[in-house]
Design a protein around this ligand. Structure first.
Ligand SMILES: NC(=O)c1ccc[n+]([C@@H]2O[C@H](COP(=O)([O-])OP(=O)(O)OC[C@H]3O[C@@H](n4cnc5c(N)ncnc54)[C@H](OP(=O)(O)O)[C@@H]3O)[C@@H](O)[C@H]2O)c1
Length: 221
């Protein structure tokens, strides 16, 4: 069983992930920024840590991460504008990776974005900026010595999970439910042989655990 530190534990993906991990016996710590979110985390048997990514620093975050085996970064500004995207998806991911290094937590799972999101559509400057910042976070993380995994899901939906996905190094664009993204992250927590690899993810036909195990063959060193 692992001790998992989730950044974004109150979000659409993070909430589903924290419930799954804690129900299957993992020890979970969840970062949250509003005091009133602590009770919900505790109800799910998750240890709440109150910190705001916009105002904290890597040393403070590292202290909170002490003793964790895995960090999952699933936070995001959710299209709230350029400055917040820079602060959360950009600087937030950067200080989280730095904190993991300081705290000696090797494994770091980053929820990124699918490169084709928005292709062929009229996209706003905010969305273009979001895609740029997500890409910069990937570049930042891939240059670290951490045992990172960068997960690039297609457009997220709130549909029930199907338990079946398409996972690969380069796949056709599509949608995926937040529940299935959480299930893939859960599986990645349990398959630490999958590391230093960028994975694209959409809904599909393959059972999640088998799909994640197969990706292990492409892991880097
Ligand atoms: N939407 C899509 O189609 C799509 C596609 C691919 C990838 N993604 C990425 O997938 C990830 C998860 O998406 P989601 O739908 O679960 O996002 P979400 O529901 O918007 O959750 C975002 C999380 O980030 C937290 N957060 C925001 N600002 C924060 C701050 N200043 N300090 C600490 N935490 C903060 C939120 O906390 P609060 O609960 O307090 O707001 C929440 O827990 C995101 O990184 C997103 O960019 C999204």
């Amino acid at each position: 069983m692992s001790h998992v530190f989730i950044i974004g534990s109150t979000g659409g993906v993070g909430r589903r992930l924290r419930k799954r991990l804690s129900a299957s016996g993992h020890q979970v710590t969840g970062l949250h920024r509003k005091p009133e979110q602590a009770a919900g985390l505790a109800e799910d048997n998750v240890r709440p840590v109150e910190l705001d990514l916009l105002t904290t620093d890597s040393e403070t975050l590292a202290q909170a991460m002490q003793g964790s085996d895995v960090v999952v970064f699933s936070a995001g500004a959710a299209g709230a504008g350029i400055e917040l995207t820079d602060g959360i998806d950009g600087r937030g991911a950067q200080i989280a990776a730095e904190a993991a290094r300081i705290a000696g937590v090797k494994r770091f799972l980053l929820v990124s974005a699918f490169p084709d999101a928005g292709r062929g559509k009229q996209i706003s400057p905010t969305f273009e900026h979001y895609m740029k910042v997500k890409r910069q976070a990937d570049v930042m993380l891939a240059a670290t010595d951490l045992d990172w995994v960068i997960l690039r899901p297609g457009t997220l939906t709130n549909e029930p999970g199907s338990g079946k996905v398409n996972v690969g190094l380069a796949i056709a664009y599509g949608e995926i439910s937040r529940e299935d993204v959480a299930a893939v992250l859960h599986s990645l927590v349990e398959h630490d042989e999958v590391k230093r690899v960028i994975i694209e993810l959409t809904e599909g036909e393959q059972p999640i655990d088998r799909a994640v195990q197969q990706i292990g063959a492409y892991s880097g060193r």
